[in-house]
Design a protein around this ligand. Structure first.
Ligand code: BTN
Length: 327
């Protein structure tokens, strides 16, 4: 019923709507309407009440509910069906379950808060309520499974472009798919695939973006290495507006990938990562390797030249940058 009341209050005129009118339209008592109005207030909706004129919506909170997002969405199909939750273990886990049960391409899972937000390499993704963005998009690309890493590169490009368009700041993609501002991590991607030998059933694109965190909200361990858009822009940002923009960029880049293929995505990724020629320290499966990055290949693997001139492909791990030696 909350949604229906809001739909009425958000109607074409921003004038008052009487309690009687609402109760008549929704076929509930005026007391029931009054209770729901109070509930909406607890969610952050500012609703003016007047004994003579009824109720009027003054301001909506920055919630990521379909009711708030749908009217501003500019996509054709990404996010047209949205599953919104106050709290989830992980949006990726929920999206995976939904996809197993037949959810369609473009369906999106969003949570205001995650209790077991998952990061790469089994790490935890800090996901406090109402501050950031935690979402998972279900895709069903008709490509062979070995091309799936391109989807991850595509999503990193889309996220980086969203940050740039939204803030005017220039983000850097750090292999494999961290989005950095001022060398600090702003966003991370965790993509999961369900496939058989020659066919992908679905891919879950899991994206976490730090939007309105203050520095002191990050744990001591990650404080120096993490940032948020609020910190970088010096002002709070609208989560709704960022989400709207991110879904548009994902739809745009995914259609570029499907139409124009791998090389366009690889080039876009390389242009935003500036990794070629950088001295890196790689930690991969407990091993530490130093070398110069020569490329990222179409499997998403990092290609390194080690000090003894050998070529090494790294498929998973973390990197730290050293001094730039070549460009
Ligand atoms: C990383 O380690 O950099 C990846 C972080 C990915 C976090 C996002 S938040 C939404 C989605 N759900 C999850 O549990 N993880 C991803």
């Amino acid at each position: 019923m909350d949604d229906e009341i809001l739909r009425l209050l958000k109607g074409p005129s921003s004038a008052f709507l009487s309690g009687q009118e609402i109760s008549h339209r929704l076929k509930v008592s005026r007391t029931a309407v009054w209770k729901r109005i109070n509930h909406l207030r607890t969610l952050g909706y500012e609703i003016e009440a007047s004994t003579r004129s009824g109720y009027r919506l003054i301001q909506s909170p920055d919630l990521l509910t379909p009711l708030e997002i749908k009217p501003i969405l500019k996509t054709k199909w990404v996010g047209k069906k949205m599953h919104h939750f106050h709290t989830l273990d992980s949006t990726n886990s929920k999206a995976y379950q939904l996809a197993l049960n037949g959810a369609e391409e473009g369906e999106v899972v969003i949570a205001e808060c995650q209790e077991k937000g998952r990061g790469r390499l089994g790490r935890h993704w800090f996901s406090p309520p109402f501050l950031n963005l935690y979402l998972s998009v279900i895709l069903r690309p008709k490509i062979p499974p070995h091309e799936a890493p391109l989807i991850t590169l595509m999503a990193a490009v889309a996220t980086a472009d969203t940050v740039q368009k939204f803030s005017g700041l220039l983000p850097l993609i750090k292999w494999p798919n961290d989005i950095l501002l001022r060398d600090r991590k702003l966003a991370g991607l965790l993509n999961e695939i369900h496939s058989e030998m020659d066919r992908i059933h679905f891919v879950i694109l899991g994206i976490g973006v730090n939007l309105n965190m203050d520095e002191k909200m990050f744990s001591k361990e990650i404080r120096a290495a993490a940032t948020s858009l609020k910190i970088e822009m010096g002002q709070p940002v609208s989560r709704k507006a960022f989400l709207q923009s991110l879904l548009s960029e994902l739809e745009r880049w995914y259609s570029i990938f499907l139409k124009e293929g791998n090389m366009v995505i690889l080039k876009a990724w390389r242009d935003r990562a500036h990794i070629k020629g950088r001295r890196v320290k790689v930690t991969s499966f407990g091993e530490v390797i130093f070398g110069t990055a020569t490329d990222v290949d179409s499997d998403g693997a990092l290609v390194l030249e080690t000090a003894d001139g050998k070529r090494k492909r790294i498929v998973a791990g973390d990197i730290e940058y050293n001094r730039k030696v070549k460009s």
